[in-house]
Ligand binder design. Structure first.
Ligand code: FO1
Length: 315
């Protein structure tokens, strides 16, 4: 029997590593013509004169099956000749750009300098790497996240990579001028299902929601909105999600994440061992195995989430 979600238009809001795993599961289940991934660009910055878009690139490489499975970012089979030269010449070495990865940054810089938008450039890169779902930056303008800590204000990558996300976060500053692209708005208006990937709620998802009018669209458009927990047993699968939740005054649990997204959600996906946290919640829960290191486990989780969403849509 054809599942209810078969012809659904599905949108996934995604940061880097967790977002890319979710996107790669959805790409195995949903017709690429019906799947749109909206990427956080709050982490983007200019380094050595080149525009770097870490979350977009992690999504691109993962969906193209050329990503580095150990780091989660960058390309598999990378070499580091250019970085050796940067080191030898006394250039900045705190942020590592592999040789293959540099090829992408050079190409993107070239096309952006010709006046193409980040949306157009991303579509071209997807075509070249054989990525068929639509991958969209949330915005075409720079929307840099600034991290306020007791040690001062840091541009995002200087805190995340440069400081290994150690200085305790007091506040995250998101630009109040961030605007979503027309393509992002159209995808959300047409969506039957929106999935908030198991990405960092503060660093990856909030910057997307902050790009006007994405948050309002999620609240208003009558689609099903689900989020997947980035925490299992109070620990982040990768990165600083648990640390940041505690520092920003939230409970670092799956239920804490669901409470944070609050009225945006129609349902929540958590690890089986966290199901008890939701015993007194009204929110519909799918409790399952959310550790998705490989292609089959990602396809399995995506299938379960789509079936859960179909149940919710049927009421
Ligand atoms: N993360 C690191 O921890 N160290 C790096 O040197 C590094 C380089 C890098 C280069 C290109 C790219 O697309 C991503 C890169 N990342 C690196 C990952 C990245 O900056 C962060 O994981 C994300 O911004 C957080 O989602």
């Amino acid at each position: 029997m054809t599942p209810l979600w078969h012809n659904w238009r599905v949108v996934c809001l995604a940061g880097g590593v967790g977002g890319a795993k979710m996107a790669s599961g959805l790409a195995q289940q949903v017709d690429p013509a019906n799947l749109t991934i909206i990427a956080n660009t709050g982490d983007d910055f200019t380094h050595c004169g080149l525009p770097i878009c870490p979350d977009l690139d992690t999504l691109l490489y993962t969906l193209a099956n050329v990503g580095n499975p150990e780091t989660g970012w960058g390309r598999a089979g990378e070499s580091w000749q250019a970085m050796s030269a940067v080191r030898e010449l006394g250039g900045p070495t705190w942020f590592n750009l592999g040789d293959l990865d540099l090829g992408l940054h050079l190409t993107r810089a070239h096309w952006l300098a010709q006046g193409r938008t980040l949306t157009e450039v991303t579509a071209e890169l997807c075509g070249r790497l054989g990525v068929r779902p639509r991958l969209l930056p949330m915005s075409n303008q720079p929307c840099p996240t600034i991290v306020e800590t007791a040690e001062g204000h840091f541009p995002f990558q200087e805190w995340f990579v440069g400081q290994r996300w150690q200085p305790a976060v007091q506040h995250l500053h998101l630009p109040d001028t961030a605007r979503a692209t027309p393509q992002v708005i159209a995808a959300l208006e047409a969506a039957d299902l929106v999935i908030i990937a198991p990405s960092n709620p503060f660093l990856s998802i909030d910057p997307i929601l902050n790009a006007y009018p994405i948050r309002a669209l999620l609240a208003d458009v009558p689609e099903v909105v689900l989020a997947v927990s980035p925490l299992i047993g109070g620990q982040a699968v990768k990165g600083p999600a648990a640390k940041l939740m505690a520092e920003l005054g939230h409970t670092a649990t799956a239920a804490g994440v669901a409470n944070y997204y609050d009225e945006l959600l129609d349902g929540f996906v958590c690890a089986r061992e966290d199901a008890a946290e939701f015993a007194s919640h009204d929110l519909p829960i799918l409790a399952t195995d959310i550790l998705i290191p490989d292609l089959p486990s990602r396809a399995r989780l995506a299938g379960e989430i789509l079936a859960f969403a179909a149940q919710l849509a049927e009421g």
